[in-house]
Design a protein around this ligand. Structure first.
Ligand code: NI
Ligand code: MN
Length: 217
């Protein structure tokens, strides 16, 4: 599975299907906008904050893609004339060979509840934490799903920072991690190498620049 980090919380997963998560393009990733929003099958949004919804509705419209998100966000997407599948924490949706599991996130939202996703595709499980603080539920997510890759926020201020994200890696028992939600704007400036150092030998921390990708096997 090809994993492309598009900056902030925006991540593209490409295997049998192409899934765009939290498609907000800003700061360093703004110039990635045009060529990363084509050929999308699903757009999954973790919660109703602008830096996560981003261009989700427009991208769904352009690609005739299906919107996946919390029930309230999915209702909004439908009002916009989109194909939408709403869900809530604890639930899963199997569609087109992909399974979207919605999991807990400790955060807030303007509409609906914040969440994370565990996405299963081509035999691999990717956990996108959305915006969250460190929470004991991550032990449960680790136990239930054993994610092959975890995408964790490290920017602090609005989410956990490097210290707590390193503890999350422990809780999740995940083998690979890509840090997200940092260096988009000053309030969430963080050095990903500090996070990498704190995780140490517990997991492989993959540091990529916005627009770069990693091949998950
Ligand atoms: Ni948020
Ligand atoms: Mn955010």
């Amino acid at each position: 599975m090809k994993i492309t980090w598009l900056g902030h919380s925006a991540v593209k997963l490409e295997a049998d299907k192409t899934i765009l998560i939290d498609p907000f393009f800003a700061g360093p990733s703004q110039n990635l906008k045009a060529n990363q929003r084509q050929g999308i099958d699903f757009v999954a949004v973790t919660h109703g904050h602008g830096d996560h919804i981003g261009d989700a509705f427009e991208i769904c419209k352009e690609n005739n893609a299906t919107f996946i998100g919390g029930a309230e966000l999915a209702d909004e997407a439908e009002k916009f004339g989109l194909k939408a599948l709403g869900m809530n924490i604890g639930g899963k949706i199997a569609v087109g060979g992909v399974v979207f599991n919605m999991v807990f996130a400790a955060h807030s939202a303007n509409i609906g509840s914040p969440a994370g996703f565990v996405i299963e595709m081509n035999g691999l499980k990717v956990y996108h934490a959305g915006d969250t603080g460190l929470t004991l539920e991550m032990k449960l997510i680790g136990e239930l799903f054993k994610p092959d890759l975890s995408l964790l926020p490290i920017g602090d201020t609005y989410t956990m920072g490097a210290d707590m994200a390193a503890i999350a890696v422990d809780y999740l028992q995940t083998k690979k991690v890509i840090p997200i939600h940092y260096n988009t704007f000053p309030a969430i400036n963080a050095d990903p190498n500090v996070f990498k150092k704190k995780v140490g030998a517990k997991a492989e921390v993959i540091l990529i620049a916005p627009g770069d990708h990693f091949e998950l096997k």
